[in-house]
Design a binder for this molecule. Structure first.
Ligand SMILES: Cc1c2[nH]c(c1CCC(=O)O)Cc1[nH]c(c(CCC(=O)O)c1C)Cc1[nH]c(c(CCC(=O)O)c1C)Cc1[nH]c(c(C)c1CCC(=O)O)C2
Length: 342
């Protein structure tokens, strides 16, 4: 069999039809996801029950024939493995116990202990590696250290990441120690996913856009560079997709500076700008506005075609600028695929 399309694009090949998958493709917009989640009882039980986590990962592959499947888990499982309490409040989002001082950073569990909590995730990866259709690429993932730290410091999602910025300003040493601890454990977490069968890794830095100037270099760029460098030594040939969301002009040069094989783009930058400034360094992924999957219609197909055309002269993986939302119409995903694949 010829090599998988996603892996070809990640090596820098331009394909006549871009391979496609969607962030949050296993999610609440799908009735079959809602049924399996109800069977699991709650979101965390779903993440930690390998048969059910594998089942929801496979659902969008069966329904739409995407070119990649992303492991079903969450970026906040790692803080839990480091010793924080984690729970999800329905309709509101995640809650965690917090880390705000040097002493609390020092009290986190050692990296060697994370596998006690995370071993069910590796089992999910092993099931998927066996069960996915041969042409589908399996993507493992983790949150990037800054984004994970914002949740650990605030104990929840925040619109402007103010608590994390405050800790960074008040005690840069303790803040840097936290980033280092997350960086080290992320390397081992991702390494274990690869050993279990993940073929590509994606690093989600959802809040990268709130880091400016030197902070962007120190806390978005440098941790990503360290993680990617360590993974490339341990697992040569495993490609990494970096998603420094809302990095704006800092998307340019990000792949070069971090060693990422692909940069994922949110929908606040234009595809035409990114084709000139980001794609010149390698593969890009993105950047359809996920709201179009709620509203649908001709606008959805026109935008999907425009993005496909804008990136047609280089390596491109079609995706959204952020996750598909619960309000999206599953039929609109079919319309999007028609526009891309013809
Ligand atoms: C910031 C972040 C989180 N988790 C993630 C990020 C980074 C990407 C992004 O910016 O969206 C990443 C993530 N979360 C989930 C996946 C699984 C794979 C996939 O994308 O299909 C992935 C890759 C499942 C999930 N993670 C979550 C759900 C919804 C939970 C449910 O079923 O009730 C899913 C499918 C919950 C979650 N998890 C998180 C939040 C803030 C929330 C609540 C908000 C929401 O409900 O969308 C943390």
């Amino acid at each position: 069999m010829s090599e998988k399309t996603i892996l070809r694009a990640l090596k820098g090949e331009r394909l006549p039809v871009p391979p496609v998958w969607m962030m949050r493709q296993a999610g609440r917009y799908l009735p079959e996801y809602r049924a399996t989640r109800a069977q699991a009882g709650d979101f965390l039980s779903l993440c930690y029950t390998p048969d059910l986590a594998a089942e929801v990962t496979l659902q969008p592959i069966r329904r739409y024939g995407f070119d990649a499947a992303i492991l079903f888990a969450d970026i906040l499982l790692l803080p839990q493995a480091l010793g924080l309490d984690l729970w999800f409040v329905t309709g509101e989002g995640p809650r965690l116990s917090t880390v705000t001082s040097a002493a609390e950073v020092a009290a986190l569990k050692p990296t060697s202990a994370i596998h006690d909590t995370l071993s069910p995730v590796y089992e999910t990866v092993r099931i998927l590696a066996r069960e996915l259709p041969p042409q589908v690429t399996l993507i493992g993932f983790a949150g990037a250290p800054w984004t994970v730290a914002t949740y650990m410091i605030a104990g929840r999602g925040t619109p402007d990441q103010a608590p994390a910025h405050a800790m960074k300003a008040a005690d840069r040493a303790a803040f840097s120690a936290l980033i280092d601890r997350i960086t080290e454990s992320t390397i081992d977490y991702l390494s274990a996913q690869i050993e279990a069968g993940a073929e590509v890794i994606k690093l989600f830095d959802s809040w990268a856009g709130s880091l400016k100037g030197q902070d962007f270099d120190d806390f978005a760029l440098e941790p990503a560079r360290r993680i990617i460098a360590a993974l490339k030594v341990r697992h040569p040939g495993i490609p990494v997709i970096a998603f420094p969301r809302e990095a704006g002009p800092r998307y340019a040069g990000f792949a070069h500076a971090t060693g990422a094989d692909c940069v994922a783009l949110d929908n606040s930058v234009s595809a035409e700008w990114a084709a000139a400034e980001v794609q010149k360094d390698g593969c890009v992924q993105g950047n359809l506005d996920p709201r179009l999957l709620v509203t649908g219609g001709e606008k959805l197909q026109a935008e999907a075609r425009r993005i496909t055309r804008a990136f047609a002269n280089g390596p491109h993986i079609f995706n959204l600028g952020h996750g598909i939302t619960p309000e999206a119409d599953p039929e609109n995903v079919t319309r999007m695929l028609e526009a891309i694949r013809g």
